[in-house]
Design a protein around this ligand. Sequence first.
Ligand code: SF4
Length: 295
Amino acid sequence: MDLEQKAIERVKTASQMSFALYGSPLVVTDSGGKDSAVCREIVRRSGIPYEVQHNLTTADAPQTIYYVRETFRKLEEQGVPCKVNYPVYKGGRVTMWSLIPMKKFPPTRLQRYCCQVLKEATCRDRFITTGVRWAESVKRKNSRGVYENFTANPEKKIILNNDNDDDRRLFESCALKGKRICNPIVDWTDHDVWDYIRSERLPLNPLYEMGFYRVGCIGCPMAGKTRWKEFALFPTYRHAYTKAFGRMLDVIHESGGRTKWRTAEDVFAWWMEDFQVEGQMSLMDFEEWRTGNEE
Ligand code: SF4
């Protein structure tokens, strides 16, 4: 079976499970990136009923927002229900910039609280598809599957790494609800994805034409040094992070906390791993401080 057909079979199975477990159609989650574009097309070609949802991170580039808006407009014209989810934390609407002072530390590779709040808190009790692929990282290779449930408790996590019927029946018969996930292109390589996009002429987020390899929040700590390029192209976002770090320091000082950072620029330099700041915190200092201050 070719890759496309295999992915189509996976979403058809997920659709059946979605109706059986939740009584509602599969939700295609769309981040605005290339893997989401492929998943959308796979689901469209499968002929199942589906919905599409986008989680507004508030830190995405304007190009992503316009691209998602245009994609949703076209889908809605074809009768596909589309929804943009606005992030909520502690009962109120938040943005990346209001969340940082609330959390009292910047998002880091190890502390990706922003993903939990801005991207993962939606679609409870629904069956969703994502564009997660093993080729993206070793961690994903070890922790993600074709079908899985979404849970913070590793003991309750069920991961199916193949399309074996016996394993799938176990997954289907598990009474645990919550969110379930199908990753139809989990075994596709980067080459497979680009090949499919070109051969099927899928419209893409214009950020790829601007030289971006991955599309996500501007300044995402997972992007490493690429962030310098992102902030050079989108200086308003650098300003927004610095302002948020300034408000974060105010909140810490007002609540009697102490840090080795003197200014918002110090925090920004530390966050960008620019080890030039006099008196900056080491990660260990930071973790010790954070552990004592996190809510
Ligand atoms: S900045 Fe990165 S880690 Fe945070 S929500 Fe965005 S993608 Fe997730």
